[in-house]
Design a binder for this molecule. Structure first.
Ligand code: NAD
Length: 308
């Protein structure tokens, strides 16, 4: 069977969805960027104050707001003419458009239940033979396809981009037990030749490879900081520029990733392993409190650092 990707859809327009859409636009693939866009504010919402995250989605999902992709640093788009490759929409209104695309990438919140609901909808509206993938950081891809049609299952895999997608070369591709080997081979070649990625085929284990190691290292660093009484700035210096690593070391990375997403990703492992290693993946209390207050990092304006 001959595969080709001429048009794509990205579901979820957050930190990663917008970056992946921009990367596709950069290589000349038209992309439909969809999200659940909060509708008109209800009186209750006004009274209690709309969540920062909802506000961010609403602000983002207009064509003119997409121009923000050019202003971000580092910029996700290579040139302003690339903006014309991205169109935005509300998932609930635009489901039928999913039948027009060759690749649908799910980039919604790191939660199996939410992702499965999205795939149930996608299964109804996609065209047979189109490729579907998840950008999950480490949820089981085999669990995601349970209950889906045979055609969906054969054409599904994990495609885990790293943040920011324009700049980080690694792409983990994770097949399920049902993925057609030809789909896997095609996506590997396509990702290397067209998307310019360095592909690693990973097994379906909690957090796959890079995040299993990365989350572990980051949480060990946080525990050492708490034990030693270091400041956020000291830890970023010691784990960053002072040892020749980028400025965006420990806490700056967390601000870029989003603390809510990081907590989900740490929990992916915490909930699935036992033994000594388990304790490392337990998220410290102060991070859980920050998450409750929506001090999530760049996406909410306040994290370990204030957004400039
Ligand atoms: P995010 O919170 O920035 O964005 C998630 C988006 O999904 C939001 O805009 C939200 O409105 C939308 N959404 C939620 N439920 C939806 C639904 N049912 N239908 C449509 N849209 C919905 O999250 P993110 O950081 O972009 O992460 C998205 C995925 O990418 C997660 O699986 C995460 O683990 C993975 N990932 C994140 C990073 C990172 O650095 N943040 C890196 C690699 C992979």
């Amino acid at each position: 069977m001959a595969f080709s990707i001429k048009k794509a859809a990205v579901i979820g327009s957050g930190v990663m969805g917008s970056g992946i859409a921009a990367h596709l636009a950069n290589v000349g693939i038209p992309v439909l960027l969809l999200d659940i866009v909060p509708k008109e504010l209800t009186k209750e919402e006004i009274a209690k104050g709309l969540s920062l995250k909802d506000k961010a989605v609403r602000n983002r999902m207009t064509s003119s707001a997409l121009a923000g992709l050019l202003k971000q640093k580092p910029a996700p788009l290579t040139h302003k003419d690339r903006l014309s490759y991205i169109s935005v929409g509300n998932l609930e209104d635009d489901l039928e458009k999913l039948s027009e695309v060759d690749w649908i990438i799910e980039v919604v919140v790191e939660n199996l239940h939410v992702k499965k609901k999205v795939f149930e909808m996608v299964d109804k509206y996609r065209k047979d033979g189109s490729i579907v993938s998840s950008n999950t950081s480490g949820i089981s891809v085999n669990a995601m396809v349970e209950g889906r049609s045979e055609d969906f299952q054969e054409n599904f895999l994990g495609t885990h981009f790293f943040n920011p997608p324009r700049y980080l070369k690694l792409l983990e591709i994770i097949p399920t037990e049902k993925t057609n080997p030809q789909v896997l081979e095609f996506m590997k070649q396509f990702s290397e030749d067209i998307l310019g990625k360095g592909v690693v085929i990973a097994k379906d284990t909690p957090n796959f490879i890079a995040n299993r190691i990365g989350t572990y290292g980051l949480l060990v660093t946080v525990r050492e900081m708490l034990k030693g009484g270091f400041s956020i700035g000291e830890v970023d210096s010691i784990t960053g520029t002072l040892i020749g690593r980028p400025k965006s070391a420990t806490f700056r990375t967390l601000d870029v990733v989003g603390l809510d997403t990081f907590i989900h990703v740490a929990n992916n492992v915490y909930e699935q392993i036992d033994g000594e290693e388990k304790q490392v993946f337990e998220v410290p209390e102060f991070m859980k409190k920050m998450n409750e207050k929506e001090w999530l990092g760049s996406k909410s304006g306040q994290g370990f650092y204030l957004k400039k």
